[in-house]
Every structure is written in C-alpha cells, then in structure tokens.
Design a protein around this ligand. Structure first.
Ligand code: NQM
Length: 366
C-alpha cells in the first residue's frame, strides 16, 4: 500500500479528508483514483475506505499556498460520490471550508498572528474569496470553545467566515435565469446563486408538508421524482447545462418557519436530503429572502428596506437553524440588488492526523 498524509476533520456539519496539494498527484485522473480509494467509493457503505456513506461525509479539501496575491491559501473542494466512481469539482463547500483555516495553520502555510488569525482563502472551484477567523491563542489552533452550531453536538471554538464576492460564482449571475420567479412543470421556483446554485420552491407545491424528517422525505419517491425533473430543467436555465450527473443545483423546499426564523428548509443535495443545510446554500436562500418577488420572500414578514443595510436572517432546517448576516443594497429590483458581504459562524475540529493508505496501483512508483 502507499501512504498519503491526510487529516480527518469536521468542518461545520460535514466531515472529510484534508490534503496538502503537494502530497497528491497533479494529474486529475491519478488524483481522483487516490481519492476514490481513500474514501472507499464506489460503494453505498464505503466500507473499504474513510467515507461515511453519505455525501456530507464523503468530502475532500485540497489546500496549498495561494496563487493569488490577495489570498493566503488555495482551497479546492472535491465531492467524492459515494456509490459511483466519480469525483466532482462542480460545487463549493462552505462547511468543509471551516476546517481550511485551521488546516492551513497546522500545515505551516499560514503563521498565527496572535489570539486570532485571519486566513484569506481562495476558493478555487468558483474563484471567490472567503476570510476565516481562526482562534490561535499561544500560537496554536484552538478547537475547543463555547460556540455551538445546530447539527453538531456540544460546542467548539468559533470560526467566523466572511464571504466577499460569491454572487453568481457558479452560474455567472446572482439570479441566473434573469428572473426572480420561473415556472417549471407548472411549479413556481426561484433560481439563485450566491455561492451555491439553489432552486427554491414551496414544499407544498410538490406535496411535502415541511414537517418531514430527511429520511421521510427521501422515502417519498413521488416527491423526489418531481424535484429531480424540475432540477434538470432549472440546470439549463441557470447556465449549468445538463446537470444529470452534477451535484448542483441544490433543491430547497420552503415552508413557514416554525421557531421564529425567516423560513424553514429541506434541501436535496441533490438526491439525498441534507440533515441541516449547506453554508453557501443557506447564504443563497437568505439572499432570496430579502429580494421582493422571490418564492422565499413570501415567507419573510419583515419588509426589506431599500437602503443599504445589514440584515440577519435565520434559515431553519431539519436539525435547527442557520443564521446568516448580510450587507445588502438595492432591494427595490433585481437590477439594482446586490449582496456585498455575507458572514456566518461555523466550528471545526481536527479529528485525526496521519496517513491514508491506498492500493499501490493508485500512485505511481516513488
Ligand atoms: O452549501 C452540502 C455541506 C454542503 C455544502 C451540499 C455546503 C455549502 O453542508 O456551502 O456546505 O449542499 O452538498 O457541506
């Protein structure tokens, strides 16, 4: 077997393998062979690898010193498909992103700057920039702390993340169809990309109540079929082309908030239902909430202000809620609307550092 240095980290509500780019083959096909073997894909149980048999636990971060002068590190996110021999770079991941700052410091790519170290991260998948604020008392990354996020038991050190320029980063425009509302198969949807391509629709319009658990929703083959049919058409509208084999767009079923938030969500990512909601996925939903005329804005009781403003939106999901803070302006119309910054809280934990072993044929002889 060949040994490849790797960390296992929880990033937000996801978990994955973190690699230094220098430890992986530069050739994409050779790299993907290593990652598939490391995760144990393709196999529904990923029994022969490190993957956790769910898209949320079959994720990879590849980190290297940045090629950009305005960033410290480059972060390439890869989704290792659980039951297919496929590795996709078609989406970003804001949860795995939460572990990138700590990883970069642990690897010596970024030097601690006092009690708190800002790590500027170039998200290679979309070209956007994020700044992660990592706790580094006494020059060491702190993982323990008092910050709690829904979907993760207990508390940990906070990692605040600022997104600066994620609008339209995958689809070319914040509202890539050019509309706040589209109709697909007779169902009203809003297509948005504020860091993650997401299609929003009323849960009731496909026969869901909004009270289902993720498992109950996944068992509803009738709902899944309708949602997938809409997704395939929305992909074309969103400049993503044929999305049959892509992990985007995500499909968020909206229903009235139950615990005082702005809106309740159940998100297909795109075939399993998220236990919570993705980071950039929630930024995209929050964005649609503040622009009048979208499917999401119907749930928000507080009218959006026309002046530049900071707004805090709480997006409910199956295991709690996700709060997004945004600086927005121009809410009077699609043409003037912009989100200048989105900020949110995550936590991360280093779970294991060592080497992942892959069969000899995955790596050329050294
Ligand atoms: O939207 C799951 C996750 C994600 C993505 C997915 C994410 C994001 O929770 O930024 O974090 O939607 O595939 O890890």
């Amino acid at each position: 077997m060949k040994a490849v240095p790797a960390y296992v980290m929880r990033g937000g509500t996801s978990k994955g393998l973190y690699f230094n780019a220098a430890d992986l083959p530069a050739d994409t096909a050779a790299r993907d062979a290593v990652l598939l073997a490391a995760m144990g894909s393709p196999d529904e149980r990923q029994i022969d690898g490190m993957g956790g048999a769910h898209p949320l636990t079959s994720k990879v971060a590849i980190v290297s010193p940045s090629t950009r002068s305005d960033a410290d590190v480059d972060y390439l996110f890869l989704q290792v498909v659980v039951d297919k021999a496929a590795v996709s770079d078609a989406q970003n991941c804001g949860n795995i992103l939460a572990g990138v700052g700590p990883y970069a410091i642990e690897q010596g790519m970024v030097h601690p700057q006092g009690d708190v170290t800002d790590v500027r991260i170039h998200m290679v998948n979309t070209g956007a920039l994020a700044v992660a604020r990592v706790q580094t008392p006494a020059g060491q990354v702190a993982y323990e702390g008092d910050a709690g996020i829904d979907g993760v038991p207990g508390t940990a050190a906070p990692v605040m993340i600022d997104f600066l320029d994620v609008a339209g980063s995958s689809c070319g425009a914040l509202f890539p169809s050019g509309n706040t509302i589209d109709t697909i198969d007779g169902i009203t949807v809003t297509c948005v990309d504020n860091g993650m391509p997401v299609v929003m629709l009323h849960a009731a319009s496909v026969g869901a109540t909004g009270n289902e658990t993720p498992a109950e929703l996944e068992a509803r083959t009738d709902i899944k079929a309708k949602v997938e049919a809409i997704r395939l058409q929305a992909g074309e509208l969103m400049n993503l082309g044929d999305v049959t084999h892509k992990t985007v767009p995500k499909m968020s079923l909206l229903s009235p908030a139950r615990h005082g938030g702005a809106v309740n969500t159940h998100t297909f990512i795109p075939h399993r239902v998220h236990e919570a909601i993705g980071v950039l996925g929630s930024v995209s939903v929050a964005t649609a909430c503040v622009l009048p005329g979208t499917v999401a804005s119907e749930y928000v009781s507080k009218p959006a202000s026309n002046a530049p403003s900071s707004q805090t939106l709480t997006i409910e999901h199956p295991t709690g809620a996700f709060t997004v803070e945004m600086d927005i302006s121009g809410t009077q119309s699609l043409d003037t609307f912009s989100v200048n910054r989105a900020a949110l809280l995550r936590t991360a934990r280093l779970l294991m550092r060592g080497e992942v072993l892959v069969p000899n044929h995955c790596l050329p002889a050294s």
